[in-house]
Write a protein that binds this ligand. Structure first.
Ligand SMILES: *Cc1c(COP(=O)(O)O)cnc(C)c1O
Length: 377
């Protein structure tokens, strides 16, 4: 949310144009909350959520590890001071030459979800540890993941067996329960699948060591979400239930939950108009939209809290749209957004909870609008 430090920064620096301001104190608090909630799990921050160097350096100093999806993200984590043993290459879709470059940079932990990918890794990163991602249904998540990543648990057994045959170290199982997951039981279903893979391979003498429980930890938008502590308790009791007193090493990979609530976007109203005199819905156009960093409003999935200087006064339903010349650049229309009647052209609008998945999703220069600027304070 807009912390006093963020408000002070905006008041004194008065940056022109839309921009994101991230408060590192909030990132630090989030990291410490995850550490307290799951004290036995290692934290691998999902770099894609917000790779700002200041964030990566802070998390390195706090002891975080990093989940990366490309050689460029690996290099960002290394530049921030993380050693290669604290970095996993967590994308299941990698070119063989990128695997080789990661291996040359010292990376030894790779995600897979197919025997085809295992074969690439055995050639380009011999002897490395691999973990196999299993599918989850994503139920309960506001930004669910499709069937793009993971395989069924029975296939994960084949994948990890193949890894062993090819001289790799079959290290564990991973899953991602879907982003902005507010159903605490989602991890329980996935841990039950992970346990099946552990058991099937143990019968063949292959001992897995690690469960990567992914991301999905939510940030607060318009509705309250459970605290990190509640997630920690639910996950720990599921680990006990499925693994008894032989709980393996565990990893979590928070992205949104680490940085989402640390950032606020400052934007400005460019135009307020109607489509007909008797329309009761106003169209409010901001200087930022889907192509400026608010891509997660796709299908109106993520609804950000908006703050204006008129809050508390009478509101009317508004369609909210961005400034570009693409008709897809509408943020909320199916469910209009109530905004103050007194809101006028030129007013500032703060978009809260925008620390994750905004700068990285902004287009390079669609219609000539520059990518989302960001200040980390
Ligand atoms: C994106 C991603 C994450 C982070 O997900 P959040 O829902 O933002 O916490 C974690 N792990 C993997 C493999 C990812 O791709």
């Amino acid at each position: 949310m807009a912390t006093q430090r963020i408000l002070d920064f905006l008041a004194t620096r008065r940056p022109d144009g839309p921009c994101l301001v991230v408060d590192l104190d909030v990132v630090r608090d989030n990291y410490l909350a995850f550490e307290r909630a799951l004290p036995d799990s290692r934290i691998y921050y999902a770099v894609k959520a917000n790779p700002a160097p200041q964030i990566l350096r802070l998390l390195t100093s706090l002891g975080s590890s990093f989940d990366t999806a490309s050689v460029a993200e690996i290099e960002m984590a290394l530049d921030a001071g993380a050693t290669p043993d604290r970095i996993s290459y967590g994308n299941t879709i990698k070119k063989e030459r990128d695997i080789a470059r990661a291996f040359a940079l010292g990376i030894r932990l790779f995600a897979v979800d197919s025997t085809e990918e295992v074969e690439k890794i055995s050639r380009a990163a011999p002897g490395s540890k691999v973990f196999c991602r299993v599918l989850t249904d994503g139920a309960g998540a506001e930004w669910p993941l499709s069937r793009k990543f993971g395989c069924v648990p029975a296939m994960a057994v084949d994948v990890l067996r193949r890894a062993k045959q090819l001289g790799l170290e079959p290290y564990g199982v991973s899953f991602h329960v879907g982003s902005q997951q507010t159903d605490l039981s989602a991890w329980d279903r996935a841990l039950s699948d992970a346990r099946m893979v552990f058991a099937a391979l143990a019968d063949e003498g292959i001992v897995l060591r690690m469960v990567n429980m992914g991301g999905g930890f939510p940030t607060r938008y318009l509705r309250d979400v459970p605290e990190a502590q509640a997630y920690g308790q639910a996950i720990f009791s599921s680990l006990r239930k499925h693994f008894g007193n032989r709980i393996p090493e565990t990893i979590i990979e928070p992205g949104r939950g680490m940085v989402g609530n640390a950032g606020v976007i400052k934007s400005e109203v460019v135009l307020i108009s109607k489509k007909a005199d008797n329309d009761n819905v106003r169209w409010v156009y901001l200087d930022i939209g889907k192509f400026g960093g608010l891509a997660e409003t796709m299908d109106e999935a993520i609804r950000y809290p908006l703050v204006t200087r008129h809050d508390g006064s009478e509101t009317t339903p508004c369609v909210l749209a961005g400034p570009t010349c693409d008709s897809a650049d509408v943020l909320y229309e199916k469910t209009p957004y109530p905004l103050p009647v007194s809101l006028t052209i030129g007013d500032e609008v703060l978009i809260e909870g925008t620390g994750a998945y905004t700068t990285t999703y902004a287009s390079v220069a669609f219609n000539g609008f520059e990518p989302l600027r960001s200040y980390v304070i």
